[in-house]
Design a protein around this ligand. Structure first.
Ligand code: RIB
Length: 308
């Protein structure tokens, strides 16, 4: 069975679309506000499921009204949701502002996500031991992620860590040895390297420098510039498809979910990365987090029709 398991965060996103960015101390009216499923972990799980993977999600919710909305929206996507209800905790909330150029600012209230501990992970060990690919991010406690990585790798799964949002303080490099593949964006890579790659050549160099920290290597996502990687000795890069971007929220989550799906099918790194880039590019042409994630049939049409 080609099985993807995601261990991580689940939030409700309260997303506002702005005509311009306010100044500090200023009040402005927003164009529209939407409340919907988010969280980097839940988004990755929805991305993998929409692209055909049998997907499990391990995470935590609170006991407030948002908990039911989050659980219901995740299950409606066909994701096997193993959700720990944390008494007296609030469900994770993200307050997202999307500016006129599609860029965003996110303020995060981690809530129940931060209560997920190694013993909760241990209780769900079957979905880690049975998985082909396991996806992690940095919106739950590091101990829980490390426990998930160790269990999953003991069962033979490929473990992908997306270190987003950027760890603060930065993780020591030797900690990365518990993961197979690291998928930072350029900014997150800078936290580990001390310099930020800006071009695909620099991306290749950044990936080459980070690769020895993980078992298989590193993939650097560089937004509209493209993706560079150094994996099992293969050092390459691909430019991003050109699309009309309106909202970049969850593009990285989409990339990771799509990558996990295609690697679970046994695709080469290059083909899986190219596919994940197309999926992420399409997601940026739509509003929302989980809501923007594409389905398989949408990726079969050429993205050219979306070119700017
Ligand atoms: O990557 C986008 C996600 O980051 C949002 O859905 C929000 O919940 C935050 O976790």
């Amino acid at each position: 069975m080609k099985f993807v398991t995601v261990v991580g965060s689940i939030n409700i996103d309260l997303t506002s679309y702005l005509d311009r960015w306010p100044k500090v101390g200023e009040t402005i009216a927003v164009r529209e506000t939407v409340s919907s499923l988010g969280g980097k972990g839940a988004n990755q799980a929805v991305a993998a499921a929409r692209l055909g993977a049998r997907t499990a999600f391990v995470g935590a919710i609170g006991t407030d009204g948002f908990a039911q909305q989050a659980a219901m929206e995740l299950r409606r996507e066909g994701v096997g949701a193993l959700l720990q209800e944390v008494p007296d905790a609030a469900t994770g909330l993200a307050f997202i502002d999307v500016g006129p150029d599609g860029g965003n600012m996110i303020r995060l209230a981690g809530g129940a996500n931060l209560k997920l501990g190694p013993s909760d992970i241990q209780r769900q060990k079957e979905v880690l031991l049975d998985a082909q690919v396991v996806l992690l991010q940095n919106e739950i406690g590091l101990e829980a992620s490390l426990q998930a990585a160790r269990l999953a790798r003991s069962g033979g799964a490929l473990v992908i860590m997306d270190p987003a949002p950027a760890p603060s303080p930065a993780w020591p490099r030797d900690l990365l040895a518990d993961f197979d593949i690291l998928t930072p964006n350029a900014h997150e890579a800078a936290g580990l390297l001390g310099w930020e790659p800006a071009t695909l050549d620099e991306g290749r160099e950044a990936a080459r420098q980070l690769a020895p920290c993980c078992a298989r290597g590193a993939i650097i996502t560089m937004g509209g510039t493209g993706v560079a990687w150094a994996l099992d000795g293969e050092v390459e890069a691909l430019p991003a498809p050109k699309v009309k971007t309106i909202d970049t929220v969850a593009a990285g989550d989409c990339f990771n979910g799509a990558l996990a799906r295609r690697l679970s099918l046994g695709e080469s790194y290059r083909d899986a990365i190219a596919f994940a880039m197309r999926a992420a590019a399409l997601a940026t042409t739509r509003k929302g987090a989980a809501a923007s994630l594409p389905r398989l049939d949408e990726l079969e049409a050429p993205l050219k029709s979306l070119s700017a």
